[in-house]
Design a protein around this ligand. Structure first.
Ligand code: CMC
Length: 392
């Protein structure tokens, strides 16, 4: 006792053991439950990957069918929960709306409050996977003043989400299979990333034995920040800013290098990757394909590529091992698919959801788990004598 390891930002602190995701940041390797991200991206689906992360193995066809059917049965929201959206201002950012709505699930499903009741944890897992896409679509509909659509459970998870987001009650909505495939791939690439800020938050909140909905609601708010999931929106704002100033990439990079206040190369750098982020490699290729089809000659894609090239040949970025991360090219794809900038981080949350659930469940079942309670180095005043208010 009395000896405290000082590690601000937990750069060198292992807070748990985990069998979910492996990262080798120097080599640029990412594996979910042992499977390389490249293989999952190429061959799997988001629901399969969700199953893999949560239950530890790829599902058999029968397991996948059962999992899919369970999720489809829970996509509806309680009608009273829908009224919740009326309380927010029209221009509310969809991330706090989503977090609040997920938090509110605790009030509708009070059976979920005991984190050690396995059937209820199972049910909360399915409810979250099924309802968060519906909540996300409604957060969007609210922001543009359009009516909410009921889910159509004959559709797949991503297709259903796209229809609820972009469809209208009075018109048939045809899901473009290429759009659905691109979004499914992006969800796979976001599905887990070990002890990042939001996942650590989910574990920390859950370590007090708070329920799954409460823990994930907190994780969504951790993801909101621009140094974490909010970076995907921030990248697009940065690219738009460079475009507005005539596309002068070199000038922007100089401002970053001069450490001008508030100017960072968003979508670059990572706590763990000191090499090209393997997710960013796949996403860059996808951006080329999708934008080639939906938005050829996109000026922002051109700016992004020139920005990457300029940064990767500059000593500042080489010395610090700063490479594009998962957020650098995603915003351009989301934009081409029709999503507004404010909504990008919600898409990250949809992808990260199975990872958060898997970590919460691993944490609650780990006999090593203790309530998260870091220490501090006190640097305040020594003991002082109280003075009466008239004498201060
Ligand atoms: N632009 C310019 N300089 C940077 C950047 C950047 N994007 N990232 C790091 N640096 C510099 C930083 O100024 C520092 O330089 P110096 O040694 O001269 O002080 C050095 O590189 C080390 O950076 P750090 O801030 O100590 O690194 P960190 O591990 O604490 O931060 C990070 C990691 C991701 C927060 C940071 O790289 C960053 O702010 N990037 C931009 C935001 C971003 O893209 N976030 C998404 C991360 S990936 C997905 C996710 O988590 O959501």
């Amino acid at each position: 006792t009395g000896y405290i390891t000082y590690d601000p930002g937990f750069v060198n602190t292992g807070s748990c053991s985990s069998a979910i995701t492996y990262i080798d940041g120097d080599a640029g390797i990412l594996r979910y439950r042992g499977y390389p991200i490249e293989q999952l991206a190429e061959r799997s689906s988001f629901l399969e990957v969700s199953y893999l992360l949560i239950y530890g193995n790829l599902p058999t066809q029968a397991q996948l069918d059962d999992f899919t059917q369970k999720i489809n049965r829970h996509t509806l929201l309680h009608e009273d929960l829908k009224r919740f959206f009326d309380g927010f201002p029209r221009d509310a950012h969809p991330m706090p709306v989503l977090s609040s709505a997920v938090s509110a699930l605790s009030t509708f499903y009070q059976d979920s409050l005991n984190p050690f009741d396995e059937p209820n944890v199972e049910l909360s897992t399915v409810r979250l996977l099924a309802k968060v896409p519906t909540l996300a679509a409604y957060a969007y509909k609210k922001s543009i003043g359009q009516p909410f659509l009921y889910p159509d459970n004959s559709l797949g998870l991503v297709e259903n989400f796209l229809r609820m987001t972009f469809g209208l009650p009075a018109e048939p909505y045809e899901v473009d299979p290429e759009v659905a495939k691109a979004l499914d791939l992006l969800f796979i690439l976001h599905a887990d990333h070990e002890q990042n800020c939001s996942t650590s938050t989910v574990r920390l909140v859950g370590s007090s034995e708070a329920n799954l909905f409460a823990s994930i609601s907190a994780g969504i708010m951790a993801l909101f920040g621009p140094l974490h999931g909010g970076a995907n929106s921030a990248v697009l704002e940065m690219l738009n800013g460079i475009k507005a100033e005539g596309g002068d990439v070199a000038n922007f990079v100089n401002r970053v290098k001069n450490k001008e206040k508030g100017v960072r190369l968003m979508g670059f750098g990572h706590r763990v990757y000191k090499n090209y982020d393997p997710r960013a490699k796949i996403i860059k290729r996808t951006a080329d394909q999708i934008l080639g089809k939906l938005a050829p000659n996109d000026e922002l894609l051109d700016i992004a590529k020139r920005l990457e090239e300029t940064a990767l040949s500059d000593d500042y970025f080489i010395e610090r091992k700063l490479y594009p991360n998962v957020d650098f090219y995603t915003g351009l794809i989301y934009r081409a698919l029709g999503f507004p900038t404010q909504f990008f981080t919600v898409l990250f949350a949809l992808g990260r959801l199975p990872g958060w659930i898997a970590h919460w469940r691993e944490m609650i079942n780990d006999p090593q788990t203790k309530i998260g309670r870091p220490r501090q180095i006190y640097i305040g005043e020594k003991e002082r004598e109280y003075t009466a208010i008239s004498e201060r």
